[in-house]
Ligand binder design. Structure first.
Ligand code: PFF
Ligand code: NA
Length: 441
């Protein structure tokens, strides 16, 4: 068997992980869920969730991956022995599952780059979304998006994922900064910022039982925790740099990009005379970004509207792509590491299978909603719950050992493990139970 690859540089790993984290969640879900549930107040709850649940859980996945240096299922078997590998299996299933419909949405985004250039996406947004999000058209763009994803992952860690994300992530930041700068000049920037940053505490306190789990779930999804993806990425770490420092920079960058996206989306919506969560954002949120943004862009002169549309959807496209490659890498690593299948074959086989699984979602958005529901509400919290238990109790001292590497502060590891055993566990159990309740009762 060929020697296992590693990231060539520390920043290469960080950018790949940021690429995974920054995705449709930041741009498609975040500004809208923030705006719908209390604006700035949601933002505060979300930031707290990132800090006290998301980051500790992210570090737990990093610790498992770097300790084992093997795919996620193999990692649980190697460290935990026996049946713990089933946790890895749920995680790998979660990434494969999520990839199937993530690619469908990625395909729509690709379509919207073209539709913005020709103007057809901006002319009658509701009709356009209705036409491209279902049936053969949606299956076709799903194929295209999946093929590009496969094309990157087939080249492996260094020449595929690391090289691609080294270009993608900086492009996202630069282009978003450009759009945010432009949005700042709009007369309706101020109400947009108010919406995002002005905390509506009444909306929070009256709804705490719903907002806390929503924000926690969003924080975990946003950091790509609970999909075995971060375990897999950390398994390619060769050197023992501080995982805590890496995790922190990944989380900060991800949050920064989410807020930046809000500073683009909300002023645009207000400029278009739209409010979030009402009228144009109909369609269960799935269509929000695809309908509301084009409606808003339709109010600009056509040159500006087209240009903004191309840039905006191009940003979303590379954000989605850099997440999709991480979702594909987790199951690919499993097949390559466990069965010694050549990477090219593994990538084609798994990418092809995820494509097939995604066809119902491409055909009918009701299926997409169902897949998203199962993945985010069931598979994600199940995996996170067991990751926390696994690292907190099965690894215990070994986990502290691993997190301490490259770190000056000796007590961080103890605090972190204690946090996993206490409030992180409680938070994840609560999210898990509430989701089960919502799904089945
Ligand atoms: N974090 C990505 C987003 O916010 O869009 C979604 C995601 C990517 C989740 C990769 C999980 C994952 F493994
Ligand atoms: Na994200």
């Amino acid at each position: 068997m060929a020697e296992r690859e590693t990231w060539t540089t520390r920043i290469g790993f960080i950018l790949a992980a940021v690429g995974s984290a920054v995705g449709l969640g930041n741009i498609w879900r975040f500004p809208f869920s923030a705006a719908e549930s209390g604006g700035g107040a949601f933002l505060i709850v979300y930031l707290i969730a990132i800090l006290i649940v998301g980051i500790p859980a992210l570090l737990a996945e990093f610790v498992i991956g770097r300790r084992a240096n093997v795919d996620a299922i193999g990692a649980f078997r190697a460290i935990g022995k026996g049946n713990w590998r089933f946790i890895g299996a749920i995680g790998v299933l979660a990434s494969f599952w999520t990839l199937s419909y993530y690619s469908v949405i990625g395909g729509w985004v690709f379509r919207y780059v073209i539709g913005s250039a020709t103007g057809s996406a901006l002319a009658d947004p509701e009709a356009y979304f209705g036409a491209v999000s279902v049936g053969g058209s949606s299956v076709l763009t799903h194929v295209v998006f999946m093929m590009v994803t496969i094309g990157i992952v087939a080249f492996g860690i260094e020449r595929g994922i690391e090289l691609a994300t080294k270009f993608m992530v900086p492009s996202i930041v630069v282009l978003l900064l450009g759009l945010a700068g432009y949005a700042f000049t709009l007369p309706d920037a101020a109400p947009g910022y108010d919406f995002l940053f002005d905390p509506d505490f009444a909306a929070i306190t009256s709804n705490l039982a719903q907002i806390i789990p929503a924000a926690t779930g969003q924080a975990l999804f946003s950091l790509s925790v609970g999909f075995s993806v971060m375990i897999t990425y950390a398994s390619y770490l060769g050197k023992d740099d501080s995982l805590g420092a890496d995790g922190l920079s990944i989380a900060v960058t991800n949050t920064f990009i989410g807020i930046l996206a809000g500073m683009v989306v909300l002023p645009l919506l207000f400029a278009g005379g739209l409010s979030v969560g009402s009228g144009a954002a109909e369609g269960g949120g799935i269509g929000a970004v695809f309908v509301a943004i084009p409606i808003a862009l339709g109010d600009f002169s056509s040159l500006i509207g087209h240009t903004l549309g191309i840039v905006f959807f191009f940003i979303v496209l590379i954000a989605a792509l850099s997440s999709a490659i991480s979702l594909l890498e987790a199951p690919v690593a499993y097949v390559v590491d466990e069965f010694d299948v050549p990477r090219m074959q593994a990538t084609l086989g798994i990418g092809g299978a995820a494509f097939v699984l995604g066809v119902p979602s491409a055909w009918d958005t009701a299926w997409l909603g169902w897949f998203d529901g199962i993945g985010v509400a069931l598979l994600l919290p199940t995996t996170v719950l067991f990751v926390v238990i696994f690292v907190g109790w099965i690894m215990g001292e070994d986990a502290i050992d691993e997190i301490k590497k490259g770190m000056a502060n000796g007590s961080f590891g103890n605090i972190w493990l204690w946090s996993l055993r206490t409030f992180v566990l409680v938070a994840v159990v609560v999210v898990f139970l509430l989701n089960i309740h919502d799904l089945f009762f």
